[in-house]
Structure formats: C-alpha cells, structure tokens
Design a protein around this ligand. Sequence first.
Ligand code: FAD
Length: 393
Amino acid sequence: MGAARADIAILGGGLAGGLVALALARHRPEISVMVVERGAVLGGNHVWSFFSSDLPQGGEDLIAPLVEAEWSGYDVCFPGYARTLATDYRATTSHRLDARLRQTLPAAMIRTGAEVVSCTPTTARLGTGEDIHAGAIIDARGISSYPSMTGGWQKFLGQRLKLAQPHGLSRPIVMDATVDQIDGYRFVYCLPFAPDEIFVEDTYYSDGPDLDRDLLAGRVADYAAAKGWRTQDILAEEYGVLPVVAGGDFDRLRAVAGHDAALAGTRAGLFHPLTSYSLPDALRFALALAAQPDLGADTLRNFAEHYARSHWNGSWYYRKLSALLFAAAKPDQRYRVMQRFYSLNPRLIERFYAGQSTWADQFRILAGVPPVPVHAALGVLTGLGARPRPLGQ
Ligand SMILES: Cc1cc2nc3c(=O)[nH]c(=O)nc-3n(C[C@H](O)[C@H](O)[C@H](O)COP(=O)(O)OP(=O)(O)OC[C@H]3O[C@@H](n4cnc5c(N)ncnc54)[C@H](O)[C@@H]3O)c2cc1C
C-alpha cells in the first residue's frame, strides 16, 4: 500500500478541521494541507450558527464564504417577557464548508470516505491500510465520550420547513421558551431562511441524553401548526445531543482524546461549556494555529495542548453556571435562569456567548435575586451542596 504526503494532515473534515484547513490555506499558502474525512462529504449535515459578536479579529473573512444567511438582530421569548436584541446573527452550513474546502484545496488533498484507525504525531493509518505521512498531524475527529465530566445535556431536533405561505418572521427567534417546559429547560429556535422557509428546532437542557426523534419531530410540527404555518415539505433535518459541562478533569479528557497528535475542535475540549457551541473557539484556534511560526509536529502539539488547557482553565465560570442550571434549579424552573439572564445588558450577553465574560459580567450574572433557591445556589457554588451528574459516554 502506498503512502500519501502533506506538510499538515488534518484528521476529521468537520467544523474545526475545515476551519484549520481554510486558515492555513489563507495565511500559509506555502504549506500543503490534506483533510482526511470518513464521511462522503466534508462537514456532515449541520447548520452552525453564531452571533457576529463571537467573531475574533481576522475571523470575518474566513467565515464569510460559509454563511448562508444573516439577520440584523434576533428575538427571545419567555413566559415573563419578550425582547428583541440588536446583535447580528448568522448561519453557516456544512454544504458551504464542503464547497469552500473543495474550492480552496487541490482535489488530491481532500480524502473523503477515509476512516482513520490510528495516528502518531506525523502519520495516520486508514482503514484500508494506507498510511498518510505529514510534517504534523492535527486530530479534529470530534468527541463522543466525556470521562470524568459532570453536567447535563443539550439535545435538539431541527427541521427546515418549506411552508405553503410566508411565516412572517424577519429575524430569528433564538429562544422561544413560552412552550411547555418538558424534560428540563425547553425552548424552540427558529431561523427564517426565506420568506416561506424556516428552520424550527425543539431544544432541551435535560438531565439525560435520550432523544426520541419521532416525539421531537411531532413537537416541531405542533409548534409550526400553532404559529399558523402550514408545512409543505421538510427540506432537511438534524439532531444533536451535546454535553453541557459543569465540572471535570481536563487530563482525563485528554487521555481519551489521545495525546499523540495536536488536537483541535471539540476533541480538544474547545467548546463553550454551557451552550456546547464550538464555532467561535474553532475559528479562534484556527487563526492562532495558522499564525504559529513553526508548524512542526512537536511545536504544534505543544501549542495545541497549551491552548486547550488555557481554554479549559479559562472557562471555569461557565462550568459553574452549568452546575447552577443543573444542580440548583429544578428542571421545570430552569427557564427562569435564562429568562433573567436575557434581561441583562446586551453587551454582557454578547460577551457571554463569545466566552469572553469580564469579571464585572460574572458578578452581574450572579448578583441580585438568583432565580434558583439561595441555599441550593450556595451549595453548588461552594461545592458543598448538590452536585451535577456524571456525563459518562
Ligand atoms: C446538529 C448539531 C448542530 C449544532 N449547531 C451548532 C451551532 O449552531 N453553532 C455552534 O457553534 N455549534 C453547534 N453545534 C456544536 C458543535 O459546534 C458542532 O458539533 C461542531 O460540528 C463540532 O466541531 P468539530 O470539528 O469538533 O466536530 P465535527 O464537526 O463533528 O467534525 C468531526 C469530523 O471528524 C470526522 N471523523 C470522526 N472520526 C473519524 C475517523 N475515524 N476518521 C476520519 N474522520 C473521522 C467526522 O465524520 C466529522 O466530520 C452543533 C452540533 C450538532 C450535532
């Protein structure tokens, strides 16, 4: 069996791997980059959204070709009030990531349908027995187990609906929590892609990871019907079960993810502990990696390890908030935490989603009358009270 070669081989052509490849192509055109993906297409089947305020400096140009829709502002609705926020919201799609990567990299450097079975800092072995040799390997194969971690789950099913008439929305509803509070904190998320096309996602912050596809699809249909939207066709569907991390041990996460190659994306723990969203971190990481003067295997592995550890240490506050949500608030009262949060200053909300809360923000989010019992909140914050559950596999 022959061996393919590249200066950098990225294992996993998902969001993080794709962004690293695009950042290297843009900022280090002298480097040859290969992407190795087990799926038939790059990026899978996703809508990845973000706030414009999440973007790091230099991120705008890189992400722009992936953006399928953008809106000026968004709405949130809670039992207590509704609010429109002015922050721009954008949606990228995996088919745009796939197209952009194919436009940017030579065809021979995109290997789809290629399952990686093992890797070292400079080689990857495929299921076919073929070896890939690289100056450095970046492992961005995603994450599927969360050893030592505690918290809960964010699970959702979304459908892109073609409607018989216009839906009448001009901007997204990022949280509509006026729906029945079932299985923890429940809200519906709506992205109006076209006047008669809307993505509707039924979402839960739950204690358990079980997701009943048919039940959630039924609730998406009920929500659309209650809004007076008549569905003509379901154009696409996606679902996810993502960890909401309240605590854990970074070294054990690393041990499962593998120490050999430089890690990127969720595999490196680069996601927001409370929203489980990873696009802002993936973009920041891709730009930082492409700016490294030395892209050799040892240097890149050390850089990635240091980056991920700093991210983990720097996100302790969001893990505390996850713990408050899951251990201090009763499941059917969790919405009150988000209801209060969304009443705060819009700049604070932006910094929260970008994972850049200041000390003053951190104080403000917790100050005042907490929407959870005071004794339960103190117990969680001091570590002496109820503890979030282990996430396991
Ligand atoms: C349905 C869904 C919607 C989401 N929406 C958002 C959102 O709106 N905004 C946001 O910021 N985050 C969102 N997330 C969360 C998170 O950002 C995504 O999961 C994101 O795709 C994670 O990026 P990643 O690159 O780490 O992993 P992935 O994008 O999952 O990429 C990993 C890639 O590695 C490949 N792979 C795995 N094993 C192998 C192997 N052995 N050999 C070769 N290839 C392999 C996979 O096929 C996959 O393509 C969403 C998650 C889901 C599941």
